[in-house]
Design a protein around this ligand. Structure first.
Ligand code: PLP
Length: 364
């Protein structure tokens, strides 16, 4: 048999119908504001220290995340309770996958809000679970009655709530999320990928409730390249999760670099503070241009304009890459997502937008 024909027969047809997650291939000199990466890098002194540390990391040995000391460092740095167990993932993307696998029984369902992080739905489908998406309100707040009704009707084994939400930047009301945790029949993952930029967190509650898993990542606070995510939750759930974590999913270099990052937490908090200030400044400046700005608790700002395609293209022609959300979900019509950059990068965005006519910027 023709190999191509054979492959088409043996590979799952739903996977053949998928498109790969598009990672933007961008020139180095481009202002990259599409993926919520931290725009700052270590100063030379910290780079040198890190370099020495990495040179000493035992690349010849398999990593042992359990004895690496990273969990302990995370516990100390972020005040995670002793009641919680911590599981490390190769990015929180891997943890989303593993948590989904954990409940992937025939007929089981995953519930999330729409629009939210696309990986919740993607993983649900990949592992054969039914996905239930509950629409947000027009202003990207939660439609709590609809969520509670869907929980009642579908009895999901797993619920994902991004807190704050991506791609909208809006943070739900704490009471709403707490009500979901209280009423859920299964596991509730509060995904705090942007927790460091938000005024609220469920991390202190991790370990206190069997159903709650709080997920965080180092990606948005300066270390997207290291692929370090973690989940904190009650031992009853985390012990099961541990069983399906691939034995060597973390690597020596990332483990060492992550511990170093936490030892230098001042550098992280300083830059988070700068970005939070820039978030306010950029939001106000965008608003002044007639653009609709959604309130953000993350390191990005989601906006609505009159012609998203045109605004996206104009910025791209000027070497600035943002994310076009238009077309991803009906509620995201004419929406764009801009990662908050350095003051200079944000000024570059604003300078281009100032020269675009108001009829293109101001939504109908
Ligand atoms: C970026 C992001 C993640 C993935 O983070 P990694 O740790 O880099 O895999 C998870 N959840 C949400 C909501 C995100 O925006």
């Amino acid at each position: 048999m023709d190999t191509q024909v054979m492959l088409r027969q043996i590979i799952r047809s739903d996977i053949q119908a998928m498109t790969a997650y598009a990672v933007a291939d961008v020139p180095l000199n481009c202002i990259k504001l599409d993926a919520m990466e931290m725009p700052y890098r270590y100063p030379d002194e910290l780079k040198t220290q890190l370099g020495k540390l990495l040179a000493e990391a035992p690349e010849n040995l398999y990593p042992n995340p359990a004895t690496s000391g990273l969990q302990e460092a995370l516990r100390q740095t972020f005040g995670i309770s002793d009641a919680a167990n911590i599981v490390l993932g190769n990015g929180s993307d891997e943890l989303i996958q593993l948590l989904t696998m954990l409940v992937a029984k025939p007929g089981a369902k995953v519930l999330a809000l729409e629009p939210s992080f696309v990986m919740y739905r993607h993983n649900a489908r990949l592992f054969g679970l039914e996905y239930v998406g509950v629409s947000l309100n027009q202003d990207f707040t939660m439609n709590l009655p609809a969520v509670l009704a869907a929980i009642e009707k579908h009895q999901p084994a797993l619920i994902f709530v991004a807190y704050p939400n991506n791609p909208t930047g809006v943070c739900f009301e704490r009471d709403e999320v707490q009500m979901i945790i209280d009423l859920a029949p299964g596991i509730v993952v509060v995904d705090e990928a942007y927790g460091a930029f938000s005024r609220d967190s469920f991390l202190p509650q991790a370990g206190s409730c069997e159903r709650l898993v709080v997920m965080r990542t180092l990606s948005k606070i300066g270390f997207a390249g290291l692929r370090i995510g973690y989940a904190a939750g009650h031992p009853m759930v985390m012990q099961e999760l541990t069983k399906i974590v691939p034995p060597y999913n973390m690597n020596q270099l990332s483990l060492a670099a992550a511990k170093f990052a936490l030892q230098n937490q001042n550098w992280i908090t300083q830059h988070i503070d700068i970005l939070k200030q820039e978030r306010s400044r950029l939001s106000e400046a965008l608003l002044a241009l007639g653009i609709e700005v959604f309130p953000s608790e993350a390191n990005f700002i989601t906006v609505k304009v009159n012609d998203a395609e045109k605004v996206f293209e104009t910025l791209w022609q000027n070497n600035i890459l943002i994310k076009k959300l238009h077309g991803m979900h009906p509620l995201l019509a004419q929406c764009l997502r801009i990662t908050v950059g350095t003051p200079e990068q944000n000024d570059a965005v604003l300078n281009i937008l100032k020269n675009i006519t108001t009829s293109i910027l101001k939504p109908n």
